[in-house]
Design a protein around this ligand. Structure first.
Ligand SMILES: [Zn+2]
Length: 185
């Protein structure tokens, strides 16, 4: 007999007479309970387990992440988190993040487009995960780490405090990470 349904921590999922408690479960007084949220699996080998739909690699406050700027709005940028520093595994859970204008740069800025542009790769720190994922780039080591020219797609080079396209000969302001152009992911 196979069974699979969503369960929550503390839910009664089986009895020890019929099943053996495995990952994501615990037993007490002959009853097996879920110890985490997930999908209950009661298999033919009489094993009860609860498998998390989002495996462990979930973000928490203070994590350093890499993200791609998705959109620039008046008071914030949105970004898709693509990885966590030091972890090669794909992220589970929420990857849609926002960066408020006040969290972008050490200096005062009221114009997000002077700091970040769509398509920029950034290194950022997680400042909140609930109710939504929020990031900051407000440190020397945080900010844009790679950027392609919006017109010709040439890789932009660092020039002064901002970026320069060697093809178009245009300057573009940015909040850069201190190792822009020389990073190792
Ligand atoms: Zn260009």
């Amino acid at each position: 007999m196979a069974d699979s349904r969503m369960v929550f921590p503390g839910d009664e999922v089986a009895v020890e007479e019929e099943y053996l408690a495995a990952e994501g479960t615990f037993s007490e007084d002959g009853v097996i309970y879920a110890s985490q949220i997930g999908i209950l699996e009661l298999d033919d080998e009489c094993i009860a387990r609860v498998v998390s739909p989002n495996p462990p690699n979930i973000l928490s406050n203070g994590d350093i992440v890499y993200a791609v700027v998705a959109d620039i709005r008046n008071t914030m940028a949105t970004a898709d988190v693509v990885g966590k520093e030091g972890v090669s595994r794909t992220l589970g859970g929420e990857t849609y993040a926002t960066i408020h204008v006040s969290k972008i740069s050490q200096g005062y800025t009221d114009d997000v487009s002077k700091e970040l542009r769509k398509g920029d790769y950034i290194r950022a720190r997680v400042t909140a995960t609930k109710p939504s994922l929020q990031l900051t780039t407000k440190d020397d080591h945080l900010g844009v780490v790679r950027s392609l020219c919006g017109k010709c797609k040439t890789q932009m080079v660092k020039k002064g405090q901002g970026l320069f396209c060697p093809e178009c000969k245009t300057n573009s302001p940015r909040k850069l990470a201190d190792d822009y152009g020389n990073i190792k992911i």
